[in-house]
Design a protein around this ligand. Structure first.
Ligand code: NCD
Length: 360
């Protein structure tokens, strides 16, 4: 069985197959209207969401399937203290596939360890958001015609922005990718992405301090919101919230073929004056999210009993050391009765297996 917890759970071929299926769904909607009839998707959303949850719901409905679930954990047994693992064991009796969003990093992974049905990570804390990544890849493919050989700028909150982490990981499978990073000092890309993904897998990247200097070189500009809810201190948020703002003047410096993506919701990082620019692709991106989730649901269920589509083996060596401790308060190992697990990345750093944060 295949779950989607991290974008690299899919092979490069599986990823491209899902994108190709999404493109076929766009062209031949009528072929798919009963594809999931009799099937149910459970959406377990422990954290606010508009787009992602509705897009999963619409995706399943357009395939002729049904949807059940909750969008507020306070109304479920979680409020009585039920663990993620138990909730998923229970929900697996009622649904054929589960999409889960959780503020605790590693929660969907723990769910996948016990689940009898495919689990889709719809966002875990600041960690990963693989279905947004599929959305982004499909959008790049449709807007530019290809994903290989692009220069992509990531701007805004690269530290807490889970969509950025997942997209960079996925792009590492493509050839000729150049990444430009634009973020305030306190919101730079985490080391584990720079070292384990960019350095190890050969993505070239550079960090620059202004959008103006980098925008002329980009094929794609991926803007992100500063993730207010992940800050422990409101003053820290206030200091960085207006750092990078895309406006019509900056768009004048960009190529006529450049595309602007944003996972949405936006706060103020893209002025509404940019929306009418044909290069603004973020509202088209939302619709792509529905099509790619339709394709993902189809494939996870097609692959459920197919031995050729299983979860990949961990890339790194586990480290057995009882003195180690994950310091990330938002990691599943510090929130539920989950045994800590660590691995050593190629640069020698020891990281938590569930949230990838540095332990030593
Ligand atoms: C993103 C998310 O939830 O991480 N939104 C989304 O899924 N479309 C980005 C964000 O919240 O800023």
């Amino acid at each position: 069985m295949k779950h989607l917890i991290d974008p690299t759970d899919l092979t490069h071929d599986e990823t491209n197959d899902i994108i190709a299926l999404a493109e076929d769904i766009i062209l031949h909607r009528e072929k798919y209207v009963t594809r999931m009839s009799g099937k149910k998707l459970a959406t377990l959303f422990y954290e606010p969401s508009t787009r992602t949850r509705l897009s999963f719901t619409a995706a399943m409905m357009e395939l002729g399937g049904n949807v059940l679930g909750f969008d507020d954990a306070r109304s479920s047994s979680v409020s009585k203290g039920e663990t993620v693992a138990d909730t998923v064991r229970v929900v697996g009796n009622f649904a054929d596939v589960i999409a889960m969003r959780h503020p605790i990093e590693g929660a969907p992974f723990i769910a996948s360890q016990v689940s009898e049905v495919p689990i889709i990570n719809a966002g875990d804390g600041s960690h990963s958001h693989p279905t947004q990544t599929l959305t982004d890849l499909l959008t790049i493919k449709r807007e530019l015609g290809h994903i290989d050989n692009i220069t992509i700028g990531f701007c805004g909150d690269l530290r807490f922005g889970r969509t950025v982490h997942s997209l960079i990981k996925a792009l590492s499978r493509y050839t000729g990718i150049k990444v430009i990073l634009i973020a305030p000092d306190t919101l730079r890309l985490p080391d584990y992405i720079k070292q384990d993904v960019c350095d190890r897998l050969g993505i070239s990247y550079k960090e620059v301090s202004t959008l103006e200097e980098a925008i002329p070189d980009m094929d794609v500009l991926y803007m992100t919101r500063v993730q207010k809810e992940r800050f422990l201190d409101e003053d820290d948020y206030d200091r960085v919230k207006d750092s990078f703002i895309l406006d019509a003047a900056k768009m004048k410096l960009a190529r006529p073929t450049m595309k602007v993506l944003h996972p949405l919701p936006r706060v103020n990082e893209i002025l509404t004056e940019v929306d009418a620019d044909p290069r603004a692709a973020y509202f088209r991106q939302v619709e792509n999210g529905k099509f790619v989730r339709m394709a993902l649901i189809c494939r996870l269920l097609d692959w459920k009993n197919d031995a050729r589509h299983v979860m990949p083996q961990p890339l790194n060596e586990f480290v057995d050391d009882d003195t180690l401790h994950c310091r990330n308060a938002k990691c599943i190992c510090n929130n539920e009765d989950v045994k800590s697990k660590f691995y050593q990345s190629p640069d020698g750093v020891i990281r938590c297996y569930y949230c990838d944060s540095k332990v030593r």
